[in-house]
Design a protein around this ligand. Structure first.
Ligand SMILES: [Zn+2]
Length: 194
């Protein structure tokens, strides 16, 4: 179990993002000693749900090492039952103090949901999960795609809180906190959103 509070966990991620932005990478927890230590068990200090996009690697953009963060990646950073099950494992068994739901600029999955139309294969399963965010963001000021990306992250956070009883219970006892954010592909900055 990580002994960090959720504030310390969030500070840890944001400090790592700052190092990434500056190109000042840490080599912490990336050595043989760490690998050996982790063979006895994992104690990540945060769970991150983010997109599969190859440009959005949480270990890199938060500058973290082996065993530091528990990552669940799926296109469009949506929350289905499988994602929720993975998250519940991180909360219930690994006792992560922080859950970070991370969207990103220019997300292809959100763009596909905005464009609409027929999707081949199973891609429609993804876009149909994002469509409510697209509907809700209609008529908002500013860039529509950006608003949809923000809205999608917010809706995922709400879904997690409503549908995961394990998360709800841990939230109630203040054993975990959920934070939403968006990563900017150009600047490298992760911005938290309310
Ligand atoms: Zn994406």
């Amino acid at each position: 179990m990580s002994n960090l509070t959720y504030e310390q966990a969030l500070d840890g991620l944001m400090a790592g993002n700052k190092r990434f932005i500056d190109g000042n990478f840490s080599d912490k927890n990336r050595d043989i000693a760490r690998r050996n230590e982790l063979s006895q068990g994992q104690h990540p200090f945060a769970a991150v749900i983010c997109c599969s996009d190859s440009r959005v690697c949480p270990e890199i953009l938060f500058d973290q090492g082996l065993g530091d963060i528990f990552v669940i990646r799926v296109a469009g950073n949506i929350a289905d039952d499988v994602v929720m099950g993975s998250l519940e494992y991180a909360i219930e068994h690994l006792h992560v103090p922080l859950v970070f739901v991370l969207g990103h600029s220019k997300c292809g999955a959100v763009t596909a949901a905005v464009d609409g139309g027929e999707m081949p294969g199973h891609i429609g399963c993804l876009t149909s999960k994002i469509s409510p965010a697209v509907e809700k963001a209609k008529g908002m000021d500013g860039d529509h795609l950006y608003n949809c990306i923000n809205m999608n992250v917010k809706i995922v956070v709400e879904e997690l809180k409503e549908e995961s009883h394990i998360l709800a219970e841990f939230l109630e006892h203040e054993k975990v906190s959920v934070v939403a954010g968006v990563y900017d592909l150009e600047t490298g900055i992760v911005k938290t959103i309310d």
